[in-house]
Design a protein. Sequence first.
Length: 128
Amino acid sequence: MSSKKILAILGAFAWISLSEFVRNQFFFKHLWEAHYQSMGLTFPAAPVNGAVWGLWSLVFASVIYVLSRKFSVGQTVWLAWVIGFVMMWLVIGNLGVLPMKLLPYALPLSVLECFVAVWIINKIAPKR
């Protein structure tokens, strides 16, 4: 694996991790906690939960890298967004643990997250 590929994935991973952390810990933590409390649950915030989200971010960055080699920027953003977010929201919505009040904010921010990740990958490791 080339160093540019690794740096591109790590760059996108860092951006995705930061974006997710800021969005969910600073802007929307209250929505998550209130939603879980309304269900009689405690929002899962143990270190292991953070580690799993870190793994999700690394896998997501890797998937975006692979997509970016095969598709245009717009197609990569669209596919990454559907794969990373829409499918997750369908699952956690089906389980009843998605605070629907979050979606008007999460939709544009998640598209931005995907776009910046694609931009980082293409900037560090442009397609040949």
